[in-house]
Design a binder for this molecule. Sequence first.
Ligand SMILES: [Zn+2]
Length: 82
Amino acid sequence: MKCPICGVDAPAGAVDCAACGIIFAKFKKKLESLPVTPASRFQPWMGRALAVVIVLAWMAGFGLYYRAVLSEMPARKTAAPR
Ligand SMILES: [Zn+2]
């Protein structure tokens, strides 16, 4: 087994590197956890889903506002023309 940091040959089953002192298990864990998290946490469809949610929320809010305006209209309509 070769040390991933300094390239020195370490005996099979060695826990740490004799030359630079890194602990192989810790280094492996770090390597496994590093590239996976940023790539899989945020995916392109999440951005689209977020946009859809925002649009839907905006539409719902606008719908409620529009309903409130409509319910006020008859009173204004009867008062305005004359
Ligand atoms: Zn080493």
